[in-house]
Ligand binder design. Sequence first.
Ligand code: GLN
Length: 280
Amino acid sequence: MDIQSAINQGAQILKNKFFLNPYLDSEILMSKVINKDKKYLLLNAQNKIEEKKLSLFKKFIDERSKGKPVSYLTNKKLFWKSEFFVTEDTLIPRPDTELIVENILNLTKNKNKISILDIGIGSGCILLSILSERKDFYGTGIDISQNCLKVANMNAINLKVHSRLKLYKSNVDKFTLGKYDLIVSNPPYIKKHILKYLDKGVVKFEPKIALDGGLDGLSEIRKVIKKSSELIKKNGKFILEIGFDQKNKVTKLLNKEGFYIKSALKDLANNDRCIICTKI
Ligand code: GLN
């Protein structure tokens, strides 16, 4: 079979299952299988595809048709200006989270040599994007998952920022090392009983530990705020990703710990998504 026919067949299978971008998904999976870019696919559409590669492609289409996100099949996700390695141990970086990177870069425009802590670093997308833009910033990342730390470390090497990064496996409440100019976190904040209503690809494949915020969605956020108030320098900045309906409750928690709200940002869908505050 040639490349084009295989892509078409794959796309048809996904289309029958009502996927949003069946053709694009099929092309991306073909690129992954034959290890070539999209331009190659277009220019070599009539080339025969080896039997072994064809069966791998069919396996990928089958997994995709069962809802597995494309990024978990390709182990890649573009975020900010870099391609991140991802596995099923990490959340797939969300475009909405780029809002955080953009705002941290603005906030720190005139700063030199600051140290940043990322609580729940995951794939590293937030902290490593910042370190790769600001060559004199230092980063520390903690995560409860050793596998996430391996992924973050690999991404740090790929982005050439590993010499300015320290990683620790730790629970947020047990971590006591250092004082930071800026702390960032995208903690799990989805209410436990809502988890099952999330997009099928998210529920079935993304790590629950990175999403589950307990009964009221705030159980991890509470710990993160408390710990940040201990680890942040005076006048330090704290940037927190939150759920669409958590702004008021989170504001109260922050005020209680001595944080002054600077701004709340809305995501691409116009939902409250991020709070920026200062420790006073
Ligand atoms: N924004 C993510 C989602 O909607 C949730 C991320 C999180 O809990 N930190 O799936």
